[in-house]
Design a protein around this ligand. Structure first.
Ligand code: KIV
Length: 272
């Protein structure tokens, strides 16, 4: 039987075993209890409480404004909805960069106050000290390389990363470093397929791709994109499994019609 079908709870060790058995890891984002319950019951392996909440929940243009307190609120809601999936939480911008003591405090707050199982940080060599410090406290860390949205003002665009050889080389060495430091896995975002394949083959730890082609050890999408709730965001790596925005619009229009025509609620929906 496959590893994922056998386990009652997904741990970092299960993800490692899945990589060893060549079983792809399915990961999605979640930001609330109700959705987390549904995704978990459907069998998702990893739920990421992504700082993409800053965009898709709070409506900010970038991931920078979301705070640690806000991430902890969202993460604790997700954790309460989950029985099987591993819950990974993004350390938000400003909660770890340039200060490993603050990084450890932030990671400990997330673990203690939300009950999540791991944290994710964006970056390579420049955050090595923060990653080591968090790991030394026994907190599992997932890395994130390639397009790292918290550095959008450094990059200037959300275009594909590491097309130039110098940046691809830096990414290769960052990936190795994150593995050596002890990260249990690595998100690779928006990089050329061939580079993602090479890194995934070179590393022992699993890679999870978003816009990185089919050869990574797993895939992740923002759930709102996958369900078709975000209509005006259309990069080529998104596959929409539903047009949920239209379904919701249709249901809402019907509800409004029923309220206005006084056909809702009816007798069965009222108390004597
Ligand atoms: O914040 C997020 O949703 C992410 C994924 C895109 C990997 O980091």
């Amino acid at each position: 039987m496959s590893v994922h079908a056998e386990v009652k709870r997904v741990t970092t060790h299960v993800l490692q075993a899945m990589k060893s058995q060549n079983e792809p890891i399915a990961m999605l984002t979640a930001y609330d209890y109700t959705m987390a319950r549904i995704l978990d019951a459907a069998g998702i392996d990893v739920l990421l409480v992504g700082d993409s909440a800053s965009n898709v929940v709070a409506g900010h243009e970038t991931t920078l404004p979301i705070t640690l307190d806000e991430m902890i609120f969202l993460a604790s809601s997700v954790v309460r909805g989950v029985q099987r999936a591993l819950v990974v939480v993004d350390l938000p911008f400003g909660s770890y960069q340039g200060n490993s003591e603050r990084a450890l405090d932030s990671a400990i707050r997330i673990m203690k106050e939300s009950g999540a199982h791991a944290v994710k940080l964006e970056g390579g060599a420049e955050i090595a000290e923060s990653i080591s410090r968090i790991l030394s406290a026994g907190v599992p860390v997932m890395g994130h390389l390639g397009l790292t949205p918290q550095s959008i003002y450094k990059f200037g665009t959300y275009s594909v990363r590491a097309r130039e050889e110098a940046e691809a080389d830096r990414l290769r060495s960052d990936a190795k470093l994150l593995q050596e430091l002890g990260c249990f896995g690595l998100v690779l975002e928006k990089i050329p397929r061939g580079l993602a394949e090479e890194i995934s083959k070179d590393l022992i730890i699993p890679t999870v791709g978003i816009g990185a082609g089919p050869e990574t050890d797993g895939q992740v999408l923002v759930t709102m994109d996958m369900l078709g709730l975000t209509k005006d965001f259309n990069p080529r790596f998104i596959r929409r499994y539903l047009d949920l925005a239209s379904v919701i619009e249709g249901a809402t229009a019907e509800y409004i019609k029923d309220v206005r025509s006084r056909t809702f609620p009816d007798i069965k929906e009222s108390y004597k």
